[in-house]
Design a protein around this ligand. Sequence first.
Ligand code: AMP
Length: 308
Amino acid sequence: MSKLVIVGTVAFDAIETPFGKTDKILGGAATFIGLAASHFNVDSSIVSIVGGDFPQEYLDSLENRNIDISGVEIVKEGKTFFWSGKYHNDMNSRDTLITELNVLADFNPVVPQEYRDAEIVMLGNLHPAVQQSVLNQMSAKPKLVILDTMNFWMDSALDDLHNVIKNVDVITINDEEARQLTGEYSLVVAANKIHEMGPKYVVIKKGEHGALLFHNENVFYAPALPLKEVFDPTGAGDTFAGGFAGYIAKTGDISFENMKNAVIYGSTLASFCVEKFGTERMESLTSQEVHKRLQQFKDLTQFDIKLT
Ligand code: AMP
């Protein structure tokens, strides 16, 4: 079993979907990643920052899942990162209404001493210079570095993003972001271009249409589980990344074959995340439910065709 370092936002989110809207609730990339990774019982540590307005009960809910939060800086006089988004009727696309960086604007991350030798590093969504700073603090080259990002950072910090992308093994990115990063419409061509930027493995997330894992000429595809109702997709991408990273940390196996399983775990956990607003569903999720859904996934994708 490997140690896992997670960097990303710990945030307030306000979400609007066709089903309703929320006031400020618990959100943030690192929050969703941490909750997903906690299903693998690995030693994980979140590196992030919040303001004095951030409720202690939110921090407690992470700590209660055995996530080390000693790397979450609390700036008493500061305000927590705030994001607000509104989903279109198809639930596959959304508009960002507000991004207030607040304390994130001057964040100097500090990786806790006992996590500087972690084998797996999950660079969740936040400023790419902060992601790079976390990598710089590792005492030895990690076994696997995974990076997730979004269009916001491509628009505002593209050079920093290119710099950190050079140093990662796996990138998880959604289809529109892959197109924006490469200027290519074909996802196969986009994945090739991203390989050239650094990552040997490229995971392209396609929302309700599943995820693709590229490694040079090899491609693996995992569908998303068809769900009766998608209530709120917020955090699904981060949950996917947390499931992927958690599974790799648990198994310690970074082969392409094992990454296929990591994609399936990521997709399974993400399928729960969208069932309720924010982190609600991930907070109540049990290992029995995960196990049952993994079986559904197997049934969905297994067929026995005889090729003559
Ligand atoms: P996802 O739906 O997986 O793209 O992630 C949504 C989460 O990302 C929300 O909980 C937000 O708090 C967080 N988020 C939104 N914008 C940013 C940003 N620019 N940088 C870091 N995290 C963000």
